[in-house]
Design a protein around this ligand. Structure first.
Ligand SMILES: [Zn+2]
Length: 264
């Protein structure tokens, strides 16, 4: 288990390895969305307000900023699969279509997107709200509940801004607030640009943290049903005990039994 600080709220979190119970959640989930992420956080993340205090502060995930939630997913990913993210994308240039590897480190990625409070914006102490200087306009950051509503297509991006800004504002003020939000809580889902090594065209890679990380976590646990079956048959352990094993240990037992099976 490792401890980290979330970038926007500053909450201390510790993240632990999934067991078979979370692996089943991942395999059986209908959508790889924020709702599934919250279920995993409930089971795998402990939160404390400050370093050294008891690690059991109750947090409603839906109230945390999207940035903190995406950071938490990346931290969970690092705990389970390591710091280096590797992905593959395809060059979109006409006639090229080369497969191109994209890789980056979670640590560096998080360090590059550090939140800052821009000039002309003040945080209202004790609340998750900000105020534009020399005006009464208040706003909050997009949070997990907003994200879930967008996942369900229950609200549009425009309605999202209306939820976050607690007043009628001009288009100019809205743009100012949008820029402030990007500084206060830089989105970790973003489009990265690079150069195709084959044709040297500029290419883009769209990194959406939630589906990317949840898919990786699900795929890494793809053998859960077979593992349970093999361990139950061989050791006669009940399903409940097998599901309680940390993922890494269950995968090793499962692999050992498969090796033995293929050698026989
Ligand atoms: Zn290319």
């Amino acid at each position: 288990m490792s401890t980290h600080r979330l970038p926007v709220s500053g909450l201390q979190v510790s993240v632990q390895q999934p067991t078979g119970v979370e692996d089943l959640l991942l395999q059986e989930a209908r959508n790889l969305d924020m709702g599934l992420a919250f279920q995993l956080f409930d089971r795998l993340v402990r939160v404390s307000r400050d370093a050294g205090t008891s690690p059991d502060t109750a947090v409603s995930w839906g109230e945390l900023s999207v940035t903190d939630l995406e950071a938490l997913l990346l931290l969970l990913r690092r705990e389970v699969l390591g710091d280096l993210i590797r992905a593959e994308t395809e060059c979109a240039a006409a006639g090229c279509k080369s497969r191109v590897d994209v890789s980056f480190h979670i640590d560096e990625y998080l360090a590059d997107q550090k939140p800052r409070v821009p000039r002309g914006v003040a945080k209202i102490e004790g609340e998750r709200t900000y105020r534009l200087a020399k005006s009464d306009v208040r706003f909050r950051l997009p949070n997990g509940e907003d994200m879930s509503a967008i996942d369900r297509q229950a609200i549009t991006k425009r309605e999202l801004m209306q939820r976050c800004i607690q007043a009628e504002v001009s288009a100019r003020v809205r743009q100012r607030i949008e820029r402030a939000m990007e500084a206060l809580a830089p989105r970790l889902s973003r489009t990265m640009a690079g150069e195709c090594p084959e044709c040297h065209a500029t290419m883009k890679f769209h990194f959406y943290v939630t589906p990317f990380v949840l898919r990786e976590l699900r795929d890494h646990a793809a053998t859960i049903f077979e593992d349970v079956h093999l361990l139950a048959v061989y050791y006669k352990w009940p399903e409940e005990d097998i599901l309680a094993l940390p993922r890494s240990r269950r995968l090793r037992y499962g692999a050992a039994l498969r090796d033995q099976g293929s050698a026989a």
